[in-house]
Design a protein around this ligand. Structure first.
Ligand SMILES: [Zn+2]
Length: 221
């Protein structure tokens, strides 16, 4: 990542809040959550009906409403900038300058090509400068960007850029290892393959630093 990219991205974050890089049209912001749920409930009813499902069946009749609520309030809540976690950072008063690694962060997202789950683990590393971030905040940032229809590459970059911007540093690493259920359960039905994506900036572009980070995240417990 060069500095041009960072400047551009920082500007974008300022312009459109939390929506940097996800392909969105702006008019979704004009609808309330309740209005979105009403529309989704209606269209999901049409989908189920088209598939031949009997919507008067006791087990099925509540499904469109449940799906609508799950989309808006849970698995796609990261599309609403109001849900972006407040990221407070603290002065690095211990003067800690070594690598900090947060790993095995659970990832539950959804593939934007098939709307089926992406399940994996995220590892984040950074070298503190003036600021440090609460560890739970890293987790919250990951969850926020995961709760969108995603591709793993974009998710990786969004997490990295959000951390750089919050901490005012460039020395950030993000690695995501995930299973895509669209690969495991349909199409080529490969249940063993995993997809690994990474973003290494600043000091992490140095080979030995990168190796140190990777050795921490692959350490056996
Ligand atoms: Zn897919």
């Amino acid at each position: 990542m060069n500095s041009d990219y960072m400047v551009r991205d920082a500007m974008k974050i300022e312009l459109d809040g939390a929506l940097s890089d996800s392909p969105l049209h702006g008019s979704s912001l004009e609808l309330s959550d309740a209005e979105k749920m009403k529309k989704i409930e209606y269209y999901f009813t049409q989908i189920m009906d088209t598939l031949g499902l009997d919507l008067t069946d006791d087990s099925l009749k509540g499904t469109p409403k449940r799906v609508a609520k799950m989309y808006v309030k849970e698995i796609f809540r990261g599309l609403n900038p109001d849900n972006k976690p407040k990221i407070s950072v603290f002065a690095n008063k211990y003067g800690y300058r070594e690598m900090l690694v947060s790993k095995d962060i659970s990832l539950y997202s959804n593939c934007e090509h098939h709307f089926v789950p992406i399940i994996g683990k995220v590892a984040v590393g950074y070298f503190p400068g003036e600021y440090v971030i609460g560890l739970s905040k890293i987790n919250r940032l990951v969850q926020f960007y995961a709760k969108r229809p995603q591709v793993q590459e974009r998710l990786t970059v969004q997490i990295a850029e959000a951390l750089k911007s919050a901490l005012h540093i460039d020395n950030v690493a993000v690695v995501i290892e995930a299973d895509h259920l669209c690969v495991a359960s349909r199409g080529i039905k490969d249940t063993n393959s995993k997809t690994v994506t990474s973003s290494f900036s600043g000091k992490f572009e140095n080979e030995s630093v990168r190796q140190e980070f990777l050795s921490y995240i692959h350490e056996q417990k």
